[in-house]
Ligand binder design. Sequence first.
Ligand code: 1CP
Length: 339
Amino acid sequence: MHEAIFLKALRGEACHPHPVWFMRQAGRYLPEYRAVREKAGSFLDLCFSPEMAADVTLQPIRRYDLDAAILFADILLMPMVLGQDLAFESGEGPKLSPALGSSEFDPSLLRNMDIVAPVYETVRLVRAGLAKEKALIGFAGAPWTVATYMIAGHGVKDTAALRRFAYDQPDRFAALISALEDVTIEYLCGQVAAGADALQLFESWASGLPADFVRQWCLAPAARIAGAVKKRHPGVPVLAFPKGAGSLYLDFAAEPVFDGLSLGTEVDWQWARDNLSAKTLQGGLDPLLVAAGGDGMRDAARRLRDTFAGSPYIFNLGHGFVPDTPPENVAELVSIIRE
Ligand code: 1CP
């Protein structure tokens, strides 16, 4: 049997060339994505239409022959399971209501997992349409990052008001994180049961927080989720992405339940190789270099590739592609990784 090189790398094998996939590899920079998105209606309609969602999941694999597909869905589906309304207004980002910070809304009362049933169907369709040597990555947001949207009711530029909520209303905050843990475990187990080969937990808001806050509200919940999923699905690899965690990446590297760590744009690659080698590492390239292209992108891509030569590493970005990324730059980047 031909095991996907993405999964080999996650098991700790150094691969040559490195396996490669990209955060936001399916999205607005691709004309074929924009065409399906237009047909679907809203972004959420697309997330809940298994055939179209499976199609856009596979688009970047067809175009670039990447080593892994990532399920097309969003981290903000969990707030819907907990009873919040979600809408994406064009150009304005997500709106969630009622916002927890300005209402008495209790998110621990409702657990409507039926909402995400279409996502499991997407996973089945993608796995059926994907070659054996390609992996399918399922994902969810880590509780703190999802909570930031639930408390504010929208995306934020910093977390000051959200930490204040956590300090002012500790019981309500703890109940929220705990409810998110429960539904996220269910959701990820559902993805694995439907055919996901590996999982990634996105903690996009690990930056700018007190160290103890990161340990208590980012690392511990993510580790409990990964542990609970592995108890039901032994052997499923889990990647954590504590974006902006700085030196606290060391704490994530010391947590046995994670198989891999994804590096944000700001992490020093050589430092990561020297200090985080307990894990398979992934990512690190500034997505804006790919939008800009040219020698800047080529030089950085070669340096990143070579920094991790001979170690278990998965080539990726330090955050998602931006919408004005020229698709031909992505093609050139993939050829550099494989040269
Ligand atoms: O069609 C469109 O214009 C919608 C844009 C879009 C897309 C393509 C959104 C809205 N979400 C997604 C898909 C998505 N989101 C994926 C799957 C596909 C892939 O990666 O190719 C994944 C893994 C996510 C994860 C996600 N959603 C994160 C974590 C990663 C990160 O970017 O930090 C976050 C924070 C979100 C929230 C979100 N989804 C979409 C928006 C506009 C936002 C808000 C971002 C913000 O606060 O600025």
